[in-house]
Design a protein around this ligand. Structure first.
Ligand SMILES: N[C@@H](CCC(=O)N[C@@H](CS)C(=O)NCC(=O)O)C(=O)O
Length: 262
């Protein structure tokens, strides 16, 4: 039976899931929820994920949300080729890298998107926020470069869990002009990762989707988009100097928080 992945091509969380499935040769249907990002209702999607976030995975009568839990499910159900190493310490290192990317790196790219695509702020204020984003990314590149060391992949010789979890974010950052230096060890790792068919497929879908982002600023102004300012993203916007953006978004009802589950 073919698996369904509710996704958006620009979601790094969804990209992790698609790359993992492709690495394991698992067939899947990628499906974009209707009206994603608008805060409107898509009943089938909300049944799979009451949080209303991509990715969500449906495998027969099993529905799972949250990219980390989906990756765990994929690894359990299709163990070969393994993405997690066997050694407990190495497994913990891989999971730590995923956690840092999902919580500390993701809001940097997301914040850049709020400025570049959704035009929440412009001019000097936008430049200041972007400068903060670039500096934060550089800090994380140092951290990642130490984790990579002189290895081919984060886990050593085999492309695995940590690589899957880093590549969507670094490709996103590169597209936004704040990627790692191409000649640095991390930049070279990124080039190697992008040679893989699984990564290329996700990256090409993301690039095609970015082409349509020109109109989204108007959609925010028209209140068609209600962006989710959840946990790390909200923190990022406030800590980086964008408290006004949050207040304005609340006033204009163009931001939302996480769905309350019931
Ligand atoms: N912790 C979740 C986060 C998922 C998430 O935030 N997805 C975003 C897209 S990158 C989303 O679907 N947001 C809903 C919205 O924008 O309305 C995971 O790892 O799957």
């Amino acid at each position: 039976m073919t698996v369904t992945v509710f996704e958006h091509p620009l979601s790094p969380y969804a990209q992790k899931v698609k790359i993992a499935l492709d690495e394991k040769g698992v067939d899947y249907n990628a499906k974009m929820p209707a009206a994603i990002g608008t805060g409107q209702i898509d009943a089938e999607f909300l049944k799979a994920n009451p949080r209303g976030e991509v990715p969500a995975l449906i495998d027969g009568d099993v529905a799972i949300f949250d990219s980390t839990i989906i990756l765990e499910y994929i690894e359990d159900k299709w163990p070969t080729p393994a993405l997690l190493p066997k050694d407990p310490a190495a497994r913990a290192r891989a999971r730590t890298i995923e956690e840092v990317m999902d919580t500390a790196f993701e809001p940097i790219n997301w914040g850049m998107g709020e400025i570049r695509w959704f035009k929440r702020v412009e001019g000097a204020k936008a430049q200041a926020l972007e400068a903060r984003a670039a500096a934060q990314a550089r800090g994380l590149y140092d951290w990642l470069a130490r984790a990579l060391g002189t290895h081919t992949w984060f886990g050593g010789d085999i492309f695995g869990w940590a690589d899957v979890s880093v590549v969507p974010y670094l490709n996103g950052a590169t597209g936004l002009g704040i990627g790692p230096h191409a000649h640095s060890p991390l930049g070279q790792w990124l080039a190697r990762a992008n040679e893989r068919a699984s990564v290329q497929k996700a990256a090409n879908a993301a690039a095609a989707s970015i082409a349509g982002m020109g109109m989204v600023a108007d959609a925010v102004k028209d209140r068609l988009f209600k962006r989710e300012y959840r946990d790390h993203r909200l923190e990022w916007m406030i800590r980086s100097g964008g408290l006004d953006v949050v207040i304005e978004g609340l006033k204009t009802e163009t931001i939302r928080f996480s769905n309350e589950l019931s």
